[in-house]
Design a protein around this ligand. Structure first.
Ligand code: SF4
Length: 213
């Protein structure tokens, strides 16, 4: 597909998905940038529903960055033990909290470089924080749904998230970088699932190059 065609298709994809999902935003519940950071670290290979269940209690017990930094690590592990990889995630959350206090004046940093200096924060997580907590679009968060949908919709020929992100950034207007990620995630969860895409109920059926898979 030529790049002009892709841009035209992308515009139509955005239009239709915005109609289907009028309020695209992260499903991870949070009341501050640091809570979103914690929830996003916890969400790796875990459903947002499960993370919200855990953070509903967690954020009542730990009310500040300092609370997460000062608690004995074993207590934090115990409080998130129902989540995959809770040992590493607890360590990453606590070291991040300490670094935020010691290096960034107690506030979650607002640049890709500084965010990715925190343990457990790679580019995808940093994009989520920047976009959802600060409205800053430095890139596009590519998770498993975005990866699958971008490929199926012909918006990329790559399977590597970094290259997919570059392809999407070249196609999508910057102000939509946060939105496209949410829309593809919602559509991936509801209709275009990994194992059984529901082509017949899909609002993108007539413009999707993968409708026969
Ligand atoms: S037509 Fe099928 S493959 Fe294409 S986006 Fe819709 S559900 Fe996914």
């Amino acid at each position: 597909m030529k790049s002009l065609d892709k841009k035209k298709d992308l515009k139509e994809i955005l239009r239709r998905l915005k109609k289907e999902f009028p309020a695209p935003q992260t499903a991870l519940q949070h009341k501050s940038p640091f809570e979103l950071l914690v929830a996003t670290i916890l969400s790796a290979q875990t459903t947002d529903v499960h993370v919200n269940k855990v953070t509903g209690t967690l954020f009542k017990k730990y009310r500040s960055v300092k609370d997460f930094a000062d608690t004995p690590l074993e207590s934090l592990k115990k409080d998130i033990k129902s989540i995959n990889f809770f040992n590493n995630k607890a360590k990453n959350i606590q070291v991040s909290a300490k670094l935020i206090i010691d290096t960034f004046g107690g506030r979650v940093p607002q640049t890709m470089e500084k965010l990715t200096s925190l343990p457990g924060v790679a580019r995808k997580t940093a994009n989520i924080i920047l976009s959802n907590a600060f409205g800053i679009h430095e890139g596009i968060a590519v998770d498993t749904h975005v990866k699958r949908l971008a490929f199926r919709l012909g918006l990329t020929g790559h399977t590597d998230p970094v290259k997919i992100e570059q392809d999407l950034m070249a196609l999508v207007p910057r102000k939509e970088w946060g939105t496209i990620s949410h829309l593809l995630i919602f559509h991936g969860r509801k209709t275009c699932q990994a194992k059984k895409p529901n082509h017949s109920q899909c609002v993108l059926y007539d413009i999707c190059p993968s409708r026969e898979i």
